[in-house]
Each structure stands twice: as structure tokens, then as C-alpha cells.
Design a binder for this molecule. Sequence first.
Ligand code: FAD
Length: 496
Amino acid sequence: MRIKRVVILGAGSAGLLAAVTFARRTPLEIEIIRSPGIGIIGVGEGTTHTFPGYLLNELRFDPHKLFSEAQPTWKLGLRFLWGPRKEFFYTFSQQFAARARGLTRNNGYYCDESIDDLDIMSAMMRRGRAFLRRADGGPDFSTHGSTAFHIENERLVAYLESLARGLKVGIRDGTVARVKRAADGRIESLQLDDGASVSGDFFIDASGFRSELLGAALGEPFVDFSNALFCDRAVIGGWERREEPILPYTTCETMDAGWCWQIEHEHFINRGYVYSSAFIADESARAELLRKNPRIPPERTRVVRFRSGRYRRGWVENVIAIGNSAGFVEPLEATALAAIINQARAAAQMLSDSDYAPPPGYRELYNRNHAFVWDEIRDFIALHYRVNSRLDTAFWQHCRESTPLGIAQELFDFCGDHGPTSIHSHVLLPHTSTFGIEGYLAMLVGNRVPHATPHSADTAELAALASHRAANAARAENALTVAQTIAAIRSPAWRW
Ligand SMILES: Cc1cc2nc3c(=O)[nH]c(=O)nc-3n(C[C@H](O)[C@H](O)[C@H](O)COP(=O)(O)OP(=O)(O)OC[C@H]3O[C@@H](n4cnc5c(N)ncnc54)[C@H](O)[C@@H]3O)c2cc1C
């Protein structure tokens, strides 16, 4: 049967990103069902660097509309308060795998002491700067490819909804009460609580943690990640920005039984303490968050529960799950929106490549990718826990002793023997790795994970490195802050 009509269950960021992807990439008729009573999760505010490029370059949406309606700020990477160093920066560029001119090994080998200013992105982050200046003083967006967003979830959803409506996607309010299946197992229609029935040839389950179609109706088994990732709750709060500068990065800070994010919106600072309920009670976690962030009004905190894991398959019968309904891993690397893009892009491509009659082989391939993407995210996040020596609480001792690394184990062992090398990383890591060797080296070098082959740089190498750092520092000093960049793109003279 050739697919003509797609029904998307859910209008959070997953359902809407899937809708705009399908509307841009396929001729299919698309209808979204969403429940005003259930609403959206309302969290998910940091992206990876794939997100801006996906909307602006791949789907070719208007930057003016994006920046005026969704009002993102720019995120050059993550500042980790993690491990024995005071801080380190993880960028979306190449700091540790790259080799500065005059060095005999990649930069990661030269970070026994200082880790600063290895590239322009980390140099800008350290100085609270976001973009280099063009000759006319405006922001130079040529580094855009290495830049992500902070974006308020409700603004993002409203912006995506307006894009979807502009692309003739139908949006219907209603709550699914029952799912009708055909004799061959496919889903035929969704029965709403107002008595209406919505039928489709193909369904996208974007119903969030409820996973109404994939998990509940089709009964796909859930692959639990709690043997590797011990956190299962977050207490979230924030405050209206006062004099604090808008920082060009997400901060990830080690806490007694987990870690805390700081996400920078233009007018609001959002904090969230992700913790393990086996090691700390909700009230104690809330108290720790408030003690460390006295500006958070206590009445504006809320606890969100989650379970880490993925469904065994993401595509079953005529249903593909996208977003939290397919899987979830805590937001330490803010990977959920990137996973949504990966899923939506692949789903649209597989349908169009198969002329809207996908053979079973496509489904199998999709499901292999689904498993690989989620499992790699799990293992990369697990590495963060395994190597963090900053605190000696019971939680962190447990993480250091008991976190399995999965596919990251081989690379971890190799770098333990040979140092932070990027050589032949495509053998140690699949080439489809979401994070690439740079991500893994950032964790190893940033956390000063010991290795057996330290490199002792000679005088010429030290001089070359010092001059490389000084050049990055000088360029970064002159760069624009986030606030200056916002002012520049809002000036009447600005042209995208
Ligand atoms: C603590 C926390 C922090 C996070 N931080 C980040 C981050 O920094 N970056 C990031 O990328 N991601 C983050 N995430 C993940 C984030 O939740 C997702 O990125 C994103 O918001 C996707 O949500 P969703 O669209 O899958 O689900 P939701 O927003 O929950 O949307 C579900 C939709 O389904 C509808 N629905 C459900 N059941 C029914 C029904 N029976 N009938 C009709 N409609 C129904 C709802 O009404 C809603 O429209 C975080 C998650 C948590 C828990």
C-alpha cells in the first residue's frame, strides 16, 4: 500500500519537528493530534550544533522568523565543572583531536597543565564571547556550524507550530482514548475522547513519555538504561535574569547525587538538578539546588521523573516513534533534539526513497540505526560519570566504580594505554558516532584521565603552543558577547 496520509500524535517539539520535516520533504497529507489536557513536557532547551543548521540550511526556514519568534541565544558548547580541573570547555569544534602548527601530536597531549585557548571557540567561551567581529563590527556567523542554541521550549513549540501551519499541516485538538488496529497488526485509526476517529496510512508517535502507540498500543519492549545511567529525576527552577551576562554555553556542574545544568535564555536563567532517587530524596535535592542557587524562588521549582532507555525498535508496523516516545537519555549533552532530527530526517527519507511503500528491509535498517544512536548516547553519557573525580559522595563513588562503558570501553582502554590520540578513531568508534572522537577526548582530557604515555614537549613545541594560544586569546578578546550579537541582529540595518 502506498502511504498518502500521515497522522502525527503529539505536538511537542518532536511531533512538530517531524511535521515540518515531512511537510518540506514529502508530498504527504499530514495531520497532528494533540491533547490540550495532557500538554507538552515544557523542558528541552539546549540543542546540539546540528539544530540551527537543520532548520536554516537543510529545511531552509527563514532566519528572521526563527530569531524573532523562537528567540534563541547561542551556545558554543558546555562548560564543565567536573573532574579535578577548575573548569573545562567542550566545544562543537576540534580542540583536542586537532594539532596546532608546530606540534608533533594532537593537542590533547599538551593539556597536562593548562587546557585553555586550544581553539577559537573555547577561547571565546572562556571570555564569555559568542562571535568574532566582521570588518564592519557585526557578528561573523561563519562559525555558525559549530554553534548550538539555548531556546525556551514553549517558544520553540509555538514557532514550530506556526511553521507547520504555514506548510498546511492540519492540527486537531483531542485526546486519544483508543487505538484501532487492523487484523494484520497495523494501526488503522485513533479514536478520540470526543468520539471522532482519525485514520491514517502511517503514524508518527510523538506522544512523549506516554508512548501511546509504540509502547502502549503495540507493546514494544523497553530497553532500560538504568544499569549504566543512575539518575531518574530532575528538580527544575530558575530566575529572571538581572545583571548576569548571557553566557555563550550551558554549564554542567557536579552536584552531590548528580549534576546541574544552567541554560542561558535572554531574560531567564534555567537551572535543573538531575539526580538519582536511590541516593538523594526529592526534598534534599531541592534544598541543594536552592542552597547553591539562592535566586531561584522555591515556589517555582518542580520535579520531573524520567526513565532512561529506548524502545527495542523505533519503527514497528506502520508506526515510527520520534522524541521521548522512542527513547530518553538525561540531557547532559542535550541530545534529545538532535535525536529527533535524526529520526525525522531518516523517516522522511525512507518513505520518499521507497516511493511511499517502504519494504521491510528499510524498517530493519531504521531500527538498527535507532538502537545504535541511543546506545551510543548512553555510553558517551556513562563516560561522563565514570571519569568525574570531583566529589567523593556515595553517588559519585558508585558511578566511578560501577558505570559500564559499553562501546566506549575499547576507546577508553586504548587511550589509557596510548594517551588521547585521535589516530584511527574510525576503528574504535563507528563513523556514524554522534560525538566523534573529539567528544570522547574532551571527556578524557578535560577530566585528566591518566594514561601510560605522557608526551614531554620540547622547547620549540612549547613555544608553538604558547603562540597558538595567544593568537586565539587575542581574537577572542575582541569578539562579541551574546547580548551584543542579539542587539546586532535586531538592529534595523541587519540583513540575514
Ligand atoms: C529534565 C529534562 C530536561 C531536558 N532537557 C533537554 C535539553 O536540554 N535538550 C534537549 O534536546 N532535550 C531535553 N529534554 C528532552 C525533551 O523533553 C525533548 O527534547 C522534547 O521536548 C521532546 O518532547 P516530545 O515532543 O517528545 O514530548 P512532549 O513535549 O511531552 O509532547 C507530547 C505530545 O503528545 C501529546 N499527547 C500525549 N498523549 C496524548 C494522547 N493520548 N492524545 C493526544 N495527544 C497526546 C501531548 O499533548 C503533547 O502534545 C529534557 C527532558 C527532561 C525530562
